[in-house]
Write a protein that binds this ligand. Structure first.
Ligand code: DC
Length: 220
């Protein structure tokens, strides 16, 4: 029987760093669902699709194939065979991905893709609606969080490492806007569940968070 671990939380809470290391340590597959919404956004932008055009976005979501490949500790993201790992982290994708992710029918298609990916392996999956919609039967549901300033600082550093220098206040405002859209949408909203294990990562290093989670799942 495969084991599923769900990790939800707002942007910059440390989900992807943690999920990557956790997957490596446990030998699980890591599925970054945010990257899947980003891939769809990138393709829609490249094809000039109106991001409010629900049927066009659904058709696009149904037609593309997204897969992950991990190499030397880096999680590569591919769309129809093309490496889009860096392209999906651009400021243009950042600012419009929440619009794409707010369409209920688009989400339905993405959730099915995510569930199919999780069917045959032990997985760590991170996102916003994983514990509630995608893997409701997950053995562990973690909700990672951190203060807004801390999250914006982390995102700024991450963007810098990719060559984008953006004012921290702009990142903070953008994050706040996205958090609001992600938490207030009708379907697949970010929320703490009754069975969520909430971890505030503000005052903890990535290693401390990892050790804490490993001890909870009995591998520490
Ligand atoms: O985690 P991230 O920043 O890569 O996510 C990108 C966007 O996709 C973000 O606005 C939230 C949205 N998202 C979502 O709605 N549902 C998910 N399961 C994952 C991400």
């Amino acid at each position: 029987m495969e084991m599923k671990i769900a990790i939800d939380g707002p942007a910059g809470a440390g989900k992807s760093t943690l999920s990557r290391v956790l997957a490596r340590d446990l030998g699980f597959v890591y599925i970054d669902t945010g990257a899947m919404y980003r891939a769809l956004t990138l393709r829609a932008q490249q094809r000039g699709i109106n991001l409010h055009d629900d049927p066009a976005l659904c058709a696009l979501a149904n037609s593309i194939n997204i897969h992950f490949e991990s190499r030397a500790g880096i999680q590569g993201v591919f769309c129809d065979g093309e490496d889009i790992t860096d392209a999906i982290r651009s400021p243009e994708v950042n600012s419009e991905v929440s619009i794409v992710a707010s369409h209920p029918q688009v989400r339905e298609i993405m959730v099915k893709k995510q569930q199919n990916m999780a069917q045959t392996s032990n997985v760590i999956m991170d996102g916003r609606d994983i514990g509630e919609q995608v893997l409701p039967d997950a053995e562990f549901k973690f909700f990672l969080t951190a203060g807004l300033q801390e999250r914006a600082q982390r995102r700024a550093m991450e963007m810098e490492s990719q060559g984008y220098y953006i004012d921290k206040n702009v990142i903070e405002e953008d994050m706040q806007k996205r958090d609001r859209m992600d938490s207030e949408r009708e379907v697949g909203a970010l929320k703490i569940l009754v069975d969520s294990i909430v971890i505030d990562t503000s005052e903890r290093t990535a290693d401390e968070v990892l050790a804490h989670i490993l001890s909870i799942i009995g591998e520490g």
